[in-house]
Ligand binder design. Sequence first.
Ligand code: NAG
Ligand code: NAG
Ligand code: NAG
Ligand code: NAG
Ligand code: NAG
Ligand code: NAG
Ligand code: NAG
Ligand code: NAG
Ligand code: NAG
Ligand code: NAG
Ligand code: NAG
Ligand code: NAG
Length: 710
Amino acid sequence: MTILSHCYCVSGFCIIIYLSLLIHTLASPTLHFCHHDQRDALLEFIDEFPVDESTNTWITSWNKSSDCCHWKGVTCDDGKYGQVISLELNETSLNSSLKTSSSLFRLQYLRHLNLSSCNLQGEISSSLGNLSRLTSLDLSYNKLFGAFPVSLAKLTKLSYLSLKSNNFTSTLPSDMSRFHSLEYFDVSENSFTGSFPKSLFSIPSLRSVDLRDNQFTGPVEFVNTSSSSSKLRFLGLSRNRFDGPIPESVSKFLNLRQLSISQNNITGSIPRSISKLVNLTDLHLSNNKLNGEVPGFVWRMTTMTLSHNRFSSFENSSQETLIQILDLSYNSLQGPFPHWICKLKGLRYLDLSNNLFNGSIHPCLSNSTVSLTELSLRNNSFSGVLPDIFLDATKLRSLDVSHNQLEGKFPESLINCNALQLVNVESNRIKDVFPYRLGSLPSLNVLLLRSNEFYGPLYHRRHASSGFQSLRVIDVSHNDFTGTLPPHYFSSWRVMTTLTEGNDYMVNFIKYYSSDLIIYRSMEMVNKGVETRFERIQKDFRAIDFSGNRIHGKIPESLRYLKGLRLLNLSGNAFTSDIPRFLANLTNLEALDLSRNKLSGQIPRDFGELSFLSYMNFSHNLLHGPVPRGTQIQRQECSSFLDNPGVYGLEEICQQTYTLDPTIQQVEEEHSETEERIFSWLAAGIAYGPGVFCGLVIGRIFLSHNHATV
Ligand SMILES: *[C@@H]1O[C@H](CO)[C@@H](O)[C@H](O)[C@H]1NC(C)=O
Ligand SMILES: *[C@@H]1O[C@H](CO)[C@@H](O)[C@H](O)[C@H]1NC(C)=O
Ligand SMILES: *[C@@H]1O[C@H](CO)[C@@H](O)[C@H](O)[C@H]1NC(C)=O
Ligand SMILES: *[C@@H]1O[C@H](CO)[C@@H](O)[C@H](O)[C@H]1NC(C)=O
Ligand SMILES: *[C@@H]1O[C@H](CO)[C@@H](O)[C@H](O)[C@H]1NC(C)=O
Ligand SMILES: *[C@@H]1O[C@H](CO)[C@@H](O)[C@H](O)[C@H]1NC(C)=O
Ligand SMILES: *[C@@H]1O[C@H](CO)[C@@H](O)[C@H](O)[C@H]1NC(C)=O
Ligand SMILES: *[C@@H]1O[C@H](CO)[C@@H](O)[C@H](O)[C@H]1NC(C)=O
Ligand SMILES: *[C@@H]1O[C@H](CO)[C@@H](O)[C@H](O)[C@H]1NC(C)=O
Ligand SMILES: *[C@@H]1O[C@H](CO)[C@@H](O)[C@H](O)[C@H]1NC(C)=O
Ligand SMILES: *[C@@H]1O[C@H](CO)[C@@H](O)[C@H](O)[C@H]1NC(C)=O
Ligand SMILES: *[C@@H]1O[C@H](CO)[C@@H](O)[C@H](O)[C@H]1NC(C)=O
């Protein structure tokens, strides 16, 4: 104190300096001076790996001349001994295995070890058991394989263990209860086998168990989980091979918030006892063999995915409903539109697709549309008019009512849905004029009106300027559209004129249906290196299908600007012009069908030079002149040129046909198969499933569930 006051007399500046020196001296135990044994162990440890200093610049801080307690990733205890208690080398490329004799195991005081995403390889050394003070061990996202490290059971204090995303193939130890301090246990994304680890659930401290994406088999059983004080909040069992029923005893986990058992072989019905889990908000049971009634109490959850099961009915619920995400698709639910849906005020995502619902869609659904972002009623037997309920649906991104028996007018209120990205009403009996006004929706990517009773012109002068600026896929085929398309018809379709990639939403949309996209498969036959090619297509896919209508007149000049177009189908109309040469300038075009029109003139020679175009069809027109020469042209089927009065030079292309001499009839049949193969993709292929969109909302669990079902 005297020193202090003395110093005070000198200057304020002096006090500050002096005080800090004083604190430094008095508080020396809190300054971690690294113990030299610990320092040497760390240095020897890091020397075991080929750590590249240029990409791991932090490593320069690891030098002998500085206190190891200040090295990047290292933390010491706050005692005076300078012991290393935490090591975080996560996301450092160690690129090698952890040796049994590794100096790491000399860091006896470690409590926290994070080696996540370190590209570690090989098996886990049993020496890990030497780190007896470890409470948290994260070895996730490596390539560390082989058996579950049994030596970890020695770590009595271990509360956090993650082996997520490695390549382990063993069973879990039969007595997991030895990990008696465990709170967080994650072995997801490995290849663990064996039966359900019952013994794990006798650990009272357990809060989160993730066994997803493994090869576990047999029934799910909870034995000795008597503790009604169970702390378990998360249980992930999805994507294994569990079978048998959901045990009633699951209700012992009173604190459970999320339960995921999707993609197993679970049978039976949803146990009544789940109603005791008052805090359960997320229930994922998709892709199992569950049946019976969906119990009423489930409506109080916020997320529920029950798709791909055998549920046949649901219990009426008078309870307050909080549900935001509801997926009941691919079940055997039947009867009229469920009215209680209208009570779901916060509903964001509703998928009732692929069930046996019938009758009309009740207009009370308008009560729920305010919050809806995705709505799919696809593939049921709904009939009557699609009610005009979208006035307040300003968040709606996708609407799919395809494959029903809807009739009457197209709902005008959709024009208010400024967020709309996808509209699919295909395969109904909707009888209306083309919904011109949708052209002003700023984000509309996909418009599918295929196979309805739409009529009249596709063009309306009054709506010509507000034109589909974001459209990437349009299918209005197999309707009764008539009239002509003016030369400037496509000029406002901005996104079609660019090569910009789609947003994630669009890319997911294409990707998740790629196995259904028949155009992909037929292109695969033609092209090598299609993998990279298709990856590109997924990102900038664009298609126009106007086929099977009664459109006449010239092919519009403005088509020449649609540089991004991959597929153009104008077949089965009454176009009368020449085949415009500019089509050969659409260098991204992969498939072109102009068959069954009244096109005259010659096939432009430029087509011979197109290298991408793997499918073209000019048959059943009034064309004449020589078939142009070129690699892709020579690869076409003979039938692609047939039934044109004056086309010649087909000898090479039709060689087989002539030598085998089949009847033209046979050729025709083959032809229509090919055509069907390529162009039915919009009908069957864009089987839009909400998982695609939900991916952006709900995340991985949901996405992968849908992905695997596709
Ligand atoms: C470690 O592996 C990664 C990925 O395989 C590689 O990019 C990196 O160059 C490797 N680093 C060293 C130091 O070998
Ligand atoms: C040791 O690390 C310190 C800071 O962490 C740095 O300033 C110094 O240059 C390093 N010394 C060597 C020899 O790399
Ligand atoms: C490593 O993990 C710790 C938590 O253990 C986290 O705070 C840190 O940001 C991570 N470092 C990197 C590079 O991701
Ligand atoms: C682990 O501990 C055992 C016994 O305590 C000892 O013999 C062994 O050398 C230790 N291993 C390492 C790598 O330090
Ligand atoms: C370990 O590091 C990873 C990646 O940086 C991080 O996500 C994880 O939360 C860390 N684990 C722990 C237990 O802190
Ligand atoms: C995991 O193991 C399988 C078979 O043992 C192997 O084919 C695969 O490449 C491994 N994966 C990784 C990421 O090491
Ligand atoms: C259940 O607890 C009883 C008595 O505590 C014990 O004998 C039995 O082995 C336990 N079963 C399992 C599967 O842990
Ligand atoms: C479900 O069981 C069937 C046979 O009963 C089997 O073929 C299938 O692989 C099983 N699926 C899963 C996810 O275990
Ligand atoms: C449900 O959660 C609330 C709030 O987190 C908690 O207070 C309550 O105890 C939980 N209920 C049960 C039965 O665990
Ligand atoms: C469902 O409950 C509502 C009232 O909560 C009732 O009006 C309706 O008739 C019930 N439906 C069935 C099928 O029980
Ligand atoms: C829909 O909302 C209106 C007004 O908020 C309400 O009167 C009506 O009962 C609701 N319909 C249903 C089926 O919940
Ligand atoms: C095709 O594009 C080239 C270069 O952009 C242009 O010179 C040519 O006139 C175009 N051909 C037709 C028929 O539009």
